[in-house]
Design a binder for this molecule. Structure first.
Ligand SMILES: CC(C)(COP(=O)(O)OP(=O)(O)OC[C@H]1O[C@@H](n2cnc3c(N)ncnc32)[C@H](O)[C@@H]1OP(=O)(O)O)[C@@H](O)C(=O)NCCC(=O)NCCS
Length: 294
């Protein structure tokens, strides 16, 4: 078995094929989206056995402060042959080379949790999936007086402009077990959905919600960041913006929307339940110290 670094579009396509086979319920970034996230800290690997791509891997700085993130993935037909171990060691070594003291990963099933435990990872946090079947969506109540709702495509300059005030504030309020560390560049490239609904007050962004459409399964979409600035919470803005996204979904052939929320974010989980989302899978965030010596 050989590991190789993704460089060509064909490599990225092969990487996506493994990701889609391993997690069919999750949208996978397009080749263009993957390329837009290329950076000196990011590594995408392919594991090839006798000419067949059997696994893929991702390593980068974690979106959670002070650590790395690894995602080894092995095609279900090629498991328990040591492929995951080879990938994990290479990905962890990359994170060690970045000077990071800890590494994190997500596992969504018992088998992968057993693999992670075998390598000394322990549970740190959980995320809950919630799924909403899109139906005949009723229009939301009007937003509070003075609040105007636009789409990001109508006001494209608003996203980068809102990072310092709105972005930093809402990212600091994430219910993750350790703070998030998101750069302005990451905010600009990976966080805005399409469509993205923005609530504006006196021209400033005070709330957002949107969708990432699944390009491989256009009838599905994932919710992008839903957030409201501190002083505007409790006035129905998040609910208004999410209902706008559901209306957009209904009008654009999207039959199902899903979202992931930290288990500790009770207000968001409750709001989604109120909007008709039902609980889906659980994802466990695991972590261990670097270097990986097993
Ligand atoms: C986790 C995953 C990468 C493992 O890939 P793999 O190639 O099957 O793993 P390996 O063969 O290298 O397994 C190494 C060890 O992990 C443990 N392990 C792996 N799968 C296991 C399972 N299903 N049940 C119990 N233990 C398991 C075993 O101790 C195994 O050693 P052994 O086979 O000698 O007993 C694969 O199941 C996967 O792609 N899961 C979905 C993606 C994911 O969650 N990745 C993140 C993991 S941190």
């Amino acid at each position: 078995m050989e590991l190789s670094v993704c460089t060509t579009d064909a490599d990225y396509g092969a990487w996506r094929a493994i990701r889609i086979a391993v997690v069919p319920g999750e949208r996978c970034d397009t080749v263009a989206e993957l390329r837009a996230q290329e950076s000196s800290s990011r590594l995408l690997l392919l594991a090839v056995m006798d000419g067949t791509v059997v696994g893929s891997g991702l390593a980068d700085r974690s979106e959670l402060a002070g650590g790395g993130f690894v995602d080894p993935q092995v095609h279900p037909e090629f498991r328990r042959r040591g492929v995951g171990s080879v990938l994990l060691r290479a990905l962890a070594e990359h994170c060690t080379g970045l000077g990071l003291p800890v590494v994190r990963a997500h596992v969504d099933d018992e088998e992968s949790l057993a693999f992670a435990a075998h390598f000394g990872f322990v549970e740190m946090d959980r995320e809950i999936e919630q799924v909403r079947v899109v139906g005949d969506e009723r229009p939301p109540a009007a937003p509070p007086a003075g609040v105007q709702v636009v789409t990001l495509s109508e006001r494209p300059e608003r996203w980068a402009a809102c990072f310092e005030r709105f972005g930093r504030e809402v990212l600091a309020d994430f219910a993750a077990y350790t703070p998030l560390e998101i750069s302005a560049e990451q905010w600009n490239t990976s966080w805005p959905g399409d469509p993205m609904f923005l609530a504006l007050h006196e021209g400033e962004v005070i709330g957002c919600a949107g969708l990432f459409r699944d390009t491989d399964r256009p009838e599905r979409a994932e919710n992008a960041l839903t957030a409201v600035s501190r002083e505007w919470r409790g006035r129905g803005i998040a609910s208004h913006l999410k209902r706008r996204t559901l209306q957009w979904a209904a009008a654009n052939g999207v039959g199902e929307v899903y979202t992931w929320t930290q288990a500790g974010n009770a207000p968001m989980l409750r709001l989604n339940e109120h909007l008709g989302y039902v609980t889906g899978h659980t994802s466990i965030t695991v972590s261990r110290a670097l270097p990986l010596v097993t």
